[in-house]
Design a protein around this ligand. Structure first.
Ligand code: ZN
Length: 373
């Protein structure tokens, strides 16, 4: 089993600027540290080195994607906006989407990170891969940056590989705590890409990620949202994977499984209200490895999205990458047992109701797949 690991120091240099958490400085907002500062992702990369996990990974050096690659997904106006703001050196490219000097070039490299992971898997260089992309991508739509995301790393990579003839059908499983609205929009009417997002109901962006948003036109049925209530724990997530996500992948049989891998559903994340620990992320990753083996000849990549607990997020990422590599280091998550004991980790009735409804969407998906075959 060979697992690719895509990282570049330059990704850590995207400067989200001065903010108080996510609030831009203002008359009553003291300047401070932005939550999307590189701390968490840098510490994940460092933990991978210190634990020795890096010795069991195939290092892959990414290259930036081209403007032409961006334009398969994004409008020229959006691309120009990001480039201009990046040259100017500061500002917001969209709601909650800060940009610093050189962020344009770093965003091209971030998309290239995801692309390199996908390409390495599709060409058989590695079996699966993890891309430590930064800035993230799943909120970026065709014509706008949002929520720390400038370009759609996953969207741009899928479209380029389809253009290159290396990829036909892909499935995106987004386990970031926020709705993968950008990815949803890009592929909303496209039956070649199944998009699934499990997220905290109406957290971000608000008014997005409803069960009823199910794809349109030729893509009708090929978008599945699982909006779990705030406070959901491991029971709800594992049930959503067993009853909805894994069966959807089995039905769709993609050529590549892509996980939009945010760790902001962890119990210590400042931007989510869910209760997962690193061991639960390990179990979810194991499900993805198993279903990819069944449906996609094991072809699986994960691309980093959010995750804002500087101290805790690295343990979640490390557990997931250990699972991809099928290698366990000596790393012990100091908080895992504690989170296990929190009340409400078991599946709750109001969570079952959402998962029941999401499972109901599979009937339509299966019908669409059968009639397309
Ligand atoms: Zn997120």
């Amino acid at each position: 089993m060979a697992t690719g690991y895509v990282f570049h120091e330059h990704l850590m240099w995207h400067d989200a600027g001065s903010s108080a958490d996510m609030m831009p400085p203002g008359r009553f907002v003291e300047p401070g540290k932005h939550l999307d500062a590189p701390g968490a992702k840098r510490r994940l990369n460092n933990l991978i080195q210190v634990s020795g996990l890096s010795r069991h990974l195939v290092p892959i050096v990414p290259e930036p994607v081209s403007i032409e690659d961006l334009l398969r997904v994004h409008t020229p106006r959006h691309v120009d906006d990001i480039r201009m703001l990046s040259e100017r050196g500061s500002g917001f490219a969209g709601p909650q989407a800060p940009i610093g000097i050189g962020s344009f070039e770093i965003a091209l490299l971030s998309a290239g990170t995801t692309y390199a992971a996908m390409r390495a898997v599709l060409t058989g260089r590695v079996d699966n891969a993890y891309a430590l992309a930064r800035p993230p991508g799943h909120h970026a739509g065709p014509d706008g940056a949002m929520g720390n995301c400038l370009f759609s790393n996953i969207g741009v990579s899928i479209r380029r590989l389809q253009h290159e003839g290396l990829l036909d059908r892909a499935a995106v499983v987004d386990w970031d705590v926020h709705h993968g609205n950008g990815t949803e929009t890009i592929f909303y009417s496209d039956p070649s890409v199944l998009t699934i997002s499990v997220h905290q109901d109406n957290l971000y962006p608000t008014g997005s990620g409803a069960l009823t948003d199910n794809g349109e036109g030729a893509g009708a049925g090929y978008n599945v949202n699982i909006p779990l209530p705030a406070g959901s724990g491991m029971g709800a997530y594992e049930s959503a994977f067993d009853r909805v996500i894994v069966p959807a992948l089995r039905a769709f049989k993609p050529d590549l499984v892509i996980v939009a891998s945010g760790f902001d559903a962890s119990g210590f994340d400042p931007l989510g209200r869910m209760m997962l620990n690193s061991e639960c992320f390990r179990r979810l990753a194991a499900r993805m490895v198993a279903v990819a083996a069944e449906t996609s000849r094991g072809r699986l990549i994960m691309s980093q999205e959010g995750g804002y607990s500087e101290g805790y997020m690295p343990f979640c990422g490390h557990a997931v990458i250990e699972t991809l590599a099928n290698y366990r280091t000596e790393v012990v998550d100091p908080l895992s047992d504690h989170i296990d004991e929190w009340v409400g980790q078991d599946l709750q009735p109001h969570q079952i109701a959402v998962i029941d409804a999401a499972e109901g969407l599979l009937t339509r998906l299966r019908k669409r797949i059968t009639s397309a075959a």
